[in-house]
Design a protein around this ligand. Sequence first.
Ligand code: CMC
Length: 427
Amino acid sequence: MADTVKLEIGGKASEYPVLSGTVGPDVIDIRKLYGATGAFTYDPGFTSTASCQSALTYIDGDQGILLHRGYPIDQLAEQSSFMEVSYLLLNGELPGKKELEDFTYTISRHTMLHEQLATFYRGFRRDAHPMAIMCGVVGALSAFYHDSTDINDPKQRMIASHRLIAKMPTIAAMAYKYSVGQPFLYPKNDLSYTANFLRMTFGVPAEEYEPDPVIVSAMDKIFILHADHEQNASTSTVRLAGSSGANPFACIAAGIACLWGPAHGGANEAALNMLREIGTPDRIPEYIARAKNKDDPFRLMGFGHRVYKNFDPRAKVLGKAATEVLDKLGINDPVLDTARELEQIALKDQYFIDKKLYPNVDFYSGVILSAIGFPTTMFTVLFALARTVGWVAQWNEMISDPEQKIGRPRQLYNGPAQRDYVPVGQR
Ligand code: CMC
């Protein structure tokens, strides 16, 4: 693309710089557009709009590539750990041995919650959706950790980030324990981040919990695959909330609320519910027909993506992991057969080919999470737990960006023009 782009509106010409990133499409810098022309751009859903500069994550949707700080997601999922990926996202480079030990130790020292927070849970109904509990409890952290909320101090920002990463497993496990009526378990810091979470979720005070290495490794992989994903809806929500200078814990609660929707993080719960409803492979054609019917709001959950128009690389890793985990655990779940068959049928169907709809990260994650023993309502909670790292890394990047401003989109107004008020008796 040229270095500048010329635009002519009403006979008046203006020129806009074109900016290039390391890789990926160029962007047209239209910050001066309104001043120069009096016009706004119109882009509902931000399909053609870059809202910020970021050095964290790169996605090439046509090639099915996802990089964190330049490292391909499949390499990180196969060879790294969630703690290492968290360090990478927060700090920009992979840690050395000592740096990783120090980081892991720091996170482990922040895993406990203020004891008063436990009473919050008791205010919820036992059948409350755990995502509702997550929104409430994470938002409430802002009332407890006043010493890490000066967002202009990089040190305080890092403490708030460490606290959020460290406390999220404790909060998530407590949401689960509350729903099943079991006592909360305190964290055990000699366990790894992921093993500690599994123990707090599935352990009971009455006996020792031995984390199964197969499950720990699968869970860690799932966390890595969900750690960050560029400027998606919940990350943009965190950035928008944070752009006003809001408290970091409140910003992450806003991200959790956005993630909950079935078009975003809630799709993993919806995908497994759908696979269970389909039940057996012979019913797949019925659901494919429904997904293609314009008059039916039904969509194949776990299929399609705003950015990936080729395979979602995370789904590739998870599809393989689902078979491995179920094999290793000796579980024969017909849902996995239904998922595999559905994938094959959809990938050969002209509707899905034309619209470039492929399985996304949520298609196989539910099969694994269900094999591990999580109820479907916990699936999005696990997504939120892992994505917290991405959210805080993006939030930190935004606050330290000298070009950062409060997010304030404009609109195309199509309501009534100015008119005079008429008293009620004369209407
Ligand atoms: N099943 C059937 N048709 C679909 C599907 C689907 N899953 N996804 C998109 N389409 C059709 C849609 O009807 C539309 O058709 P037309 O052009 O004829 O109107 C076309 O494909 C484009 O869809 P869109 O809704 O305009 O695309 P989008 O980029 O706005 O939406 C999406 C992306 C992920 C919201 C959508 O594909 C979807 O709803 N998928 C199911 C929910 C899901 O799995 N979400 C998880 C996304 S990955 C994890 C995450 O980000 O949280």
